[in-house]
Every structure is written in C-alpha cells, then in structure tokens.
Design a protein around this ligand. Structure first.
Ligand code: UDP
Length: 414
C-alpha cells in the first residue's frame, strides 16, 4: 500500500487521493520520463521533486532526466526564454547551433530510455529539440511550457515552433500564455506542495521565532511580501503603499523578504534601492535570506496579517498561492497569473498602483471580519485549485487521454 500519496489525505480528504489511485490504475507499470534543464532552483524543479515520487507511488514508473549543456547552450536558452516572454532580440546562429548540438548529444545519451518510454514530458524550450532525434519513439511526447508565450518575439517562436510542432500535445499554465500549435493544447496551472517545508504546518514556537529573529512586534499588524529583489516585483511600490497607509494605521509593520541578491548584480542594485527607499522607517524590515530558508519564509507568511505581491508583471506567482494557503488575504498586482490566483474582492484584491494597494490595506485593517473571511476563502480556493494533487490529477488525465485518442470517453475501473 502506498504511503506518500496517502499522506495527502490529511489535507485533501480521502476522495481526492482515491481518485488519483483510480486514474493511475490503468497505467500501472507504464514508463514516464520527465526532462528539464536543472535539478535545483526554480519552480519547475520544485514541482518535479515531488511530482516524480508521487507518480512512482501510484505505480507509474517515473524518472527524471536533466539535460547537460555548455555555456553557449545556456546563453542561447536564456535568450530563447526572454524572447518567448517578449524580448525583441534575435539569437545569433552560432548559439542556435550550440542549442541543436546540445540537444543532439543529450538525445543520443538518453535515446534508449526516451524511445522506449510510454510518455515523455519535455519541460520548457531547453530540451524541446529532442523529439526530432527520436526516430523510433514508442510513446506520446508532451511539451510542457512553463513560461509566458503570449507575445513571443516572432522569429524565435518560429524557430522553436518547428521543434515543437510534432509533439502529441502541449501544456501551458494559462490560456493567455498559449500559442496556436497543430496538436491538442492543454491548460494546467502550476501548484504548491502543502507538505513541503515552504507550506507545511508550523508550531507556534517556529512562527514566533521570526518575530524575535527579525525584530518584528508580534502584537502589531504585519504586511509581508516575499520576492526576489527584482523590479518587476515592485518592492519600491510596496514601500510607497506602506508609507501611504502608515498615517492611518500607525502600528503597521512591513517585511520585504528576498534572497539571492548577493550573487545577482541586478538583485544587489535593487536591494540597495529598496534599502534606500526604506531609510528612516524602523517598521520596514528588509531581509536578504539564504536560498534554503523555506521554513523561515513559511513562518513569515504565517506571521503576516496581509500578504502582498504587488508585481508589475508576473507569470504564475507561487508566493501568492503560498500566502493564500496560510489563510491570508493577498493584495496582488493586477497582472498575469495573479489575476487567476486572486479572486478580486473575495480572496484578496488586485491593485494597479501603490495608492490602490494602500486603500486595500486600510480597508482590511479596518474590517477584521472581512480580513478573516477572505483568508478562509483564500485557503479554500487554493485547496480546490492549486495544490499538487490537482496538478497530478491533470497530468494523469492528460496521459490517459493521450493513450486513448480513439475513444471519446474513458471508463475507469471502479
Ligand atoms: N522564494 C524563496 N526565497 C526568496 C524569494 C522567493 O524561497 O528569497 C520562493 C518563494 O517562496 C516562491 C518562489 O521562490 O516559492 C518564487 O516563485 P514565484 O512564482 O513567486 O516568483 P519567481 O521568483 O519565480 O518570479
């Protein structure tokens, strides 16, 4: 009997877990391979770290392969990533050659396994050209795009499209992020894992620890934004919103928690700007945390009265869902995936300016009942829509439907 999947029963109830087992039943022993470009860092790796053990736990033989590239390859895929997200910069032919060579070399290395797999998930553009080298592939191939491809730089999309067009299906996170392709397109938003260190329940002691560690007053209201120090996350806008609210809510405190600024020149510059903007305000706490501070971030989100994610541009903001899971109303930037994550006026507010954010903070501070009600709804909304169990269900359903293309309905064995 499985154990990992069963541990989710405490969160989702038995029906969700039972349904996953039923969906997986016709796929026992099937071989599935996920391929991406890194084992650590970023949302894709974070999701795969749990998704793969869960699929194995359900009896599907699932493995994870990581593509290995040289610096030219990574410069190419970084440019490709930016171009797909709209950056109007052509990629030099020399870098495209490196992209194709790396794909060829890795495809050769993994050929046997990939050709024999029943289902292959290729994540993002880095390994997208594998398929062209799999003359004897047996299974279904899915291109899983995690980035916002809504307004790509056309020449780069045209190039990438020739590698993607022959896949059996593509998956995008949101309808807005998708492009037309000559095969079925599925929409599967990302998810959070309620049982990992970032999101699991914490003891009161562990939550209280962050008050003393960072000099936060536990008896006064607290705004928290967790984000890399990046201008698109608009930390300066959050400080402005805080300053505009402070005369009306003098007890208010703010935490801006980020990380990785020390080894990212751009991040360092943004951190310096943020520190400058916060000068003279002892109730603003700017924290540059290490990359593995998952439990600290969890505790800060739990210590928050309101979670803020005032991004100016965002794909799917995991921090929004993380905050909501901790029963906090979220004031989020009215952009990208945040529009799907926050139900405006129900689980939080979508805002377009520091003034708008300040207005919503004041409103919530004056309406404690509403604040609590929104927090409850936020958690319920995440439970229903954005947990890894839903994500897994959609991957299983996708795999089942690709295996049975001839049928218009699939009967599960009850
Ligand atoms: N995060 C972190 N440390 C930080 C800043 C962010 O661990 O200093 C985490 C955050 O909790 C979330 C992820 O990194 O899980 C960021 O994902 P999101 O989609 O919000 O933003 P991205 O950084 O991918 O633009």
């Amino acid at each position: 009997m499985s154990t990992l999947i069963d541990s989710y029963t405490s969160i989702t109830g038995p029906d969700v877990v039972e349904q996953l087992k039923q969906l997986a039943k016709p796929m026992q022993g099937m071989r599935v391979v996920h391929v991406n470009s890194t084992k650590e860092g970023g949302g894709v790796a974070e999701i795969l770290h749990k998704m793969i053990p869960l699929m194995n736990d359900l009896g599907i033989e699932t493995s994870w392969e990581v593509l290995e590239g040289n610096p030219e390859f990574y410069s190419c895929t970084k440019m490709m990533h930016n171009a797909i997200q709209g950056n109007q910069v052509p990629i030099p032919q020399m870098l495209l050659d490196a992209y194709e060579q790396t794909n060829f070399d890795n495809a050769e290395r993994l050929r046997k396994k990939l050709e024999e797999a029943d289902v292959v998930f290729i994540h993002d553009p880095q390994p997208a050209a594998f398929l062209g080298h799999m003359e004897n592939r047996k299974g279904k191939w899915i291109w899983r795009c995690h980035i916002d491809a809504s307004t790509p730089y056309r020449p780069v999309w045209k190039y990438l499209r020739q590698h993607i067009r022959n896949y059996d299906a593509s998956v995008f996170s949101l309808a807005n992020f998708a492009q037309a392709l000559p095969h079925p397109i599925y929409l599967i938003p990302p998810s959070i894992d309620p049982l990992n260190d970032k999101n699991c329940e914490l003891s009161d002691e562990e939550v209280n620890q962050v008050y003393s560690d960072f000099g936060i007053d536990p008896d006064r209201p607290l705004l928290v934004q967790v984000s890399r120090f990046d201008r698109f996350k608009d930390p300066i806008g959050v400080i402005e919103a805080f300053r505009k609210t402070k005369p009306f809510v003098p007890t208010l405190q703010l935490v801006l928690a980020g990380g990785g600024a020390s080894d990212d020149p751009e991040g360092r510059a943004v951190l310096a700007e943020v520190q400058q903007a916060a000068q003279g305000e002892s109730d603003i706490h700017i924290l540059d945390l290490p990359g593995d501070a998952h439990r600290t971030i969890n505790a800060l989100q739990r210590a928050a009265t309101i979670v803020v994610q005032k991004s100016l541009r965002e794909g799917f903001g995991l921090t929004v869902t993380e905050g909501m899971w901790k029963q906090k109303p979220v004031i989020g930037g009215d952009t990208g995936g945040i529009r799907l994550q926050v139900v405006n006026h129900h689980t939080g507010f979508l805002v377009n300016s520091p003034e708008g954010a300040a207005l919503r903070i004041r409103y919530l501070m004056r309406n404690q009942g509403k604040l609590l009600e929104m927090g409850l709804k936020a958690k319920a909304f995440v439970k229903e829509n954005f947990l890894i169990t839903r994500h897994l269900r959609e991957y299983l359903t996708l795999m089942l439907s690709l295996r049975s293309t001839a049928k218009d309905r699939i009967y599960l064995d009850y």
